[in-house]
Design a protein around this ligand. Structure first.
Ligand SMILES: Cc1cc2nc3c(=O)[nH]c(=O)nc-3n(C[C@H](O)[C@H](O)[C@H](O)COP(=O)(O)O)c2cc1C
Length: 212
């Protein structure tokens, strides 16, 4: 009986322990001098929906996130512009082992939830499940307005679109595959990422090396 109770208790606490097991990932310095020249980047930019399952090299992951919405000036402003410098866009990073939030100030990944949520983004688009990283872009409307309305949502969509385009372009520059995607399981992801009602889940970019 005692064995049964302790077994049940360990099963109940398993997901909790899993979440605690994820650690902050300190990213290495981004490569701000590499990649293809800008005009070549525009020429190469395209949606690619076929991914190698190989994990991203730490340097590529770091450069990807910094280019997406990292800090590029001493005053804390970002690689992506945002309305009234609200910096309302958060980049969630989904790996096989768990979901993280990109902390631009620390250039690090903060654990959000253990587990693989990439399937909730991919849905029926099977090829997307192979991507080793999926970036999920969320705008916090509260940072744009104290009383968010439809206009605030339009502004949020623009801000998120710019971050997505940064991702599209840095991927083209680094030889990575990506596609901006509006489709994803909103309910499942809102729950997994523990989003507040004012956080709008707008677009995702799976990222990986191109499938050979
Ligand atoms: C707002 C937005 C939402 C999109 N949603 C999806 C999507 O859910 N699934 C998908 O496979 N592609 C999606 N795309 C990618 C488009 O299909 C793609 O950009 C378009 O076909 C043009 O191809 P290109 O990006 O290679 O130029 C989306 C693009 C944008 C801008």
């Amino acid at each position: 009986m005692r064995l049964l109770i302790s077994l049940l208790l360990s099963l109940l606490t398993l997901p909790l322990l899993d979440a605690q097991e994820l650690k902050v990932i300190k990213l290495e310095a981004p490569d701000k001098a590499g990649g293809a020249p800008l005009m070549k980047v525009f020429n190469n930019r395209k949606s690619d929906r076929e991914f190698s399952t190989a994990k991203l090299r730490p340097q590529d992951l770091s450069t990807l996130l910094w280019a997406a919405n990292g800090i590029n000036r001493p005053d804390g402003k970002r690689t992506a512009p945002s309305a009234v410098n609200a910096q309302d866009v958060d980049v969630y990073v989904l790996f096989q082992e768990g979901a993280y939030l990109y902390d631009a100030k620390a250039h690090a990944l903060t654990p959000v939830a253990a587990g693989d949520y990439r399937g909730d983004v991919a849905g029926r688009q099977e090829s997307v499940k192979a991507a080793p990283v999926i970036l999920v872009l969320v705008s916090d409307l509260e940072r744009l307005s104290k009383t968010p309305d439809e206009g605030t949502q339009r502004t949020a969509a623009v801000d998120v679109g710019i971050v997505s385009q940064n991702i599209n372009l840095v991927c083209a520059g680094l030889g990575l595959a990506t596609v901006p995607r509006g489709s994803m399981d909103q309910d499942a992801l809102r729950k997994a990422l523990k989003l507040k009602p004012t956080q709008l889940l707008l677009i995702n970019n799976p990222v990986g090396y191109p499938k050979q």
